[in-house]
Structures are given as C-alpha cells and as structure tokens.
Write a protein that binds this ligand. Structure first.
Ligand SMILES: Cc1cc2nc3c(=O)[nH]c(=O)nc-3n(C[C@H](O)[C@H](O)[C@H](O)COP(=O)(O)O)c2cc1C
Length: 157
C-alpha cells in the first residue's frame, strides 16, 4: 500500500487538534529547542531515545557514544530490510561502508552486523549505529537528571 510520510511537527499539530488525550512526541527530540518546538505545536510531553544513550548513566561504550555524537544527518541511509525499515549511519565503519556500496548497487537489504557489539560494546566495525540522525546536535554527555530537566523545561513553563 502506498505510504505518505508525515513529519513529526505536522503529525503532532494534526493529532493535538483532533484528540482529547495527551500527545507525546517521539523521534528527533534531542535538545531543548526541539522539545520547545514540540510543545508549540501541541505536545504535552516528549519520548526520548538517543539523548539518553548519550548520558553519563548509559552503559554504552565511550567509543559508541563518541561515534554517535560525530554523525551528520547526511551520513544516514534508510534500508528496506526483511523486518521493516532500518536507518543506519553509512560511514566510516565496516557495515556502514558496505551498506552504502550495496545501496549503490540496488541492494536494500545488506547485513548490519551486531548491534550488541557495535552499539553497546563500542566495536564499531562489528555493527552499525542506528540511532537518531539528529544525534550530531547533541553536544555533551550529561546526567539523566540534567537531560530530563532540559527537555522537560518547555512543559513546565
Ligand atoms: C536504542 C535504540 C535502538 C534503535 N534501533 C533502531 C533500529 O534497529 N533500526 C532503526 O531504523 N532505527 C533504530 N533506532 C532509531 C529510532 O527508530 C529513531 O529514529 C530515533 O531513535 C529517533 O528518536 P530519538 O531522537 O528519540 O532517539 C534506534 C534508536 C534507539 C535509541
């Protein structure tokens, strides 16, 4: 079935005008400015993933955290894998580079390696980075408390 994608801002604005329950925004809320934008278009809260990987408490390896912070939005590509869509960083590590080559050759289902070793243990040639493509906007590794205070601030004003 054809699928028309709708961006986070548009879907939040549409939902918040049409439902009578709180709307929480997920995907791409990595700093206070983006949380504030979600609030302005009608969200009552945010649901956050990547920013918490880049927290002091997260047990992902430092190498993984640094690699995630070093990304640029253009580094990512979406593959249509057997279990659905998957978004990876294409460079500069083994499966990222191979995935980019595979894509040029029309292969949309290349191997991604082990997320456990790549994303948790910091063996960056063992598995791809597949978190937010806005992760380059995260400039520091903070405590979870600081992150909650920052991203929650627009909702307590
Ligand atoms: C722990 C974790 C695992 C993820 N795994 C995948 C994945 O397997 N495939 C994928 O396409 N995206 C994956 N993502 C990316 C999410 O689908 C989403 O695009 C991204 O996390 C944006 O939301 P955020 O800014 O709150 O993290 C993952 C994100 C996190 C935090």
């Amino acid at each position: 079935m054809p699928c028309l994608s709708t961006g986070t801002t548009a879907i939040t604005a549409l939902l918040s005008e049409n439902v009578n329950i709180p709307v929480l925004v997920a995907c791409g809320i990595v700093n206070e400015r983006l949380a504030k934008a979600a609030r302005i278009v009608g969200a009552q809260g945010v649901f956050v993933g990547t920013r918490f990987i880049l927290s002091k408490e997260c047990r992902a390896a430092d190498a993984t955290k640094k690699d995630i912070m070093d990304t640029h939005p253009d580094d990512f590509i979406v593959f249509t894998q057997s279990n659905g869509y998957s978004k990876w960083r294409t460079t500069p590590h083994k499966y990222g580079k191979e995935g980019l080559e595979a894509n040029k050759n029309g292969d949309m289902n290349p191997p991604s390696g082990s997320f456990y070793y790549g994303m948790l243990k910091g063996d960056l040639d063992a598995g791809v980075n597949t978190v937010s493509n806005l992760s380059g906007l995260i400039k520091s590794i903070d405590s979870c408390e600081k992150i909650v205070r920052e991203l929650g601030a627009p909702f307590t004003e």
